[in-house]
Design a protein around this ligand. Structure first.
Ligand SMILES: [Zn+2]
Length: 333
């Protein structure tokens, strides 16, 4: 009887420690935050952060939404078959004022990127673009094939005044058990929810270069890279994922900075994928819990190497971007 009591007591203790570990998050205090509430000028490009790597990019005419993940499945629910949360999707779209979207570029196909993409495309009339795995996830969500584009890398896709280019990237390394559990391969059959977490396999990971006469942007949906792939592009704003970056080696952090922010010559870094995406998307969403990421290490990996600005955007907050600087007079083309 004594042994049983000990076992129960230790199980309660382990559960309490785990619960605490997944609920205590580093603070955003001290990091510079973008507080730009001025309405955009005619034709100005704005970005709105919507958690994970989900970003609304708009010039007032054309609207792009990367990934579009709003279900934000809780940690216990990851262990059961998962279904997109229609109520949360509609609520987030409404809060962000999104009714029409032209394109949804999918940056890779883990659940926290692609799970809702097909549904958001149906609700907003968007064209979904991504890997063959993204196409399979979208078909499983019921999106018709006319609204799906399987992309080629380094190829321009035009939407209004925006040009989108998908650039090969890699996923941030995760502990091998987590990689196995969340799926590291390709999706070869439609994923029809409810589905297990590992059915949304990673597929190809991309960096996305967004070019517009009024703004040049890089979005790196996971803290990974492919050497040299971004060298031919320029972007003023680097919206780069930081989740798990702090846990990598100094050499890895250096390479990530060099192959993303430095490769495109960005003057401003805006971190993405720092929020606790297991909790509902709110303006004051917590950061990823300590056990999953050390926010300070992840942010410092970038700020310690960057000469320009570093700005945190809270969910549902927007930032009006500055157009690319005109080439100085007299410089050779
Ligand atoms: Zn992922």
């Amino acid at each position: 009887m004594k042994a049983v009591r000990w076992i129960i007591a230790s199980m309660i203790l382990v559960a309490a420690v785990l619960t605490a570990a997944f609920h205590i998050s580093p603070s955003l205090e001290g990091w510079p935050q973008a507080n730009d509430d001025t309405p955009p000028k005619q034709g100005q490009v704005t970005i709105t952060f919507l958690g994970t790597s989900t970003l609304l990019i708009s010039d007032g005419e054309t609207h792009l939404l990367t990934d579009g993940y709003f279900s934000r499945v809780s940690i216990p629910s990851l262990f059961l078959p998962m279904t997109p949360d229609q109520a949360r999707i509609r609520q987030a779209l409404e809060t962000a004022g999104i009714d029409k979207v032209d394109a949804i570029p999918v940056l890779h196909t883990h659940f926290d990127h692609v799970m809702d993409s097909g549904i958001v495309a149906q609700l907003t009339g968007a064209q979904l673009l991504g890997s063959s795995s993204a196409a399979m996830a979208a078909i499983g969500s019921g999106l018709d094939e006319e609204h799906i584009t399987t992309v080629q890398t380094h190829h321009p896709y035009r939407f209004g005044d925006f040009t989108l280019t998908f650039v090969p990237a890699s996923h941030v390394p995760l502990p091998s058990a987590i990689e196995k559990w969340t799926g590291k391969g390709e999706i070869t059959d439609p994923v029809t929810p409810p589905a297990w977490i590992g059915e949304w396999e990673e597929g190809q990971s991309y960096g996305l270069v967004v070019e517009h006469p009024q703004a040049r942007i890089l979005i790196q949906g996971s803290a990974g890279m492919q050497p040299g792939e971004l060298d031919r592009y320029q972007a003023d704003y680097a919206l780069v994922a930081t989740a798990s970056l702090g846990k990598q080696s100094e050499a890895y952090k250096e390479a990530y900075f060099r192959e993303t922010v430095a490769a495109v010559g960005a003057h401003t870094i805006i971190p993405v994928h720092w929020d606790n995406f297991f909790s509902e998307l709110t303006e004051d969403v917590p950061t990823l819990p300590w056990v999953m990421d050390n926010l300070k290490d992840s942010f410092t990996a970038l700020t310690s190497r960057h000469q320009g600005d570093f700005l945190v955007l809270r969910p549902f907050h927007s930032l009006g971007l500055t157009p690319p600087a005109a080439p100085a007079e007299g410089t050779a083309p």
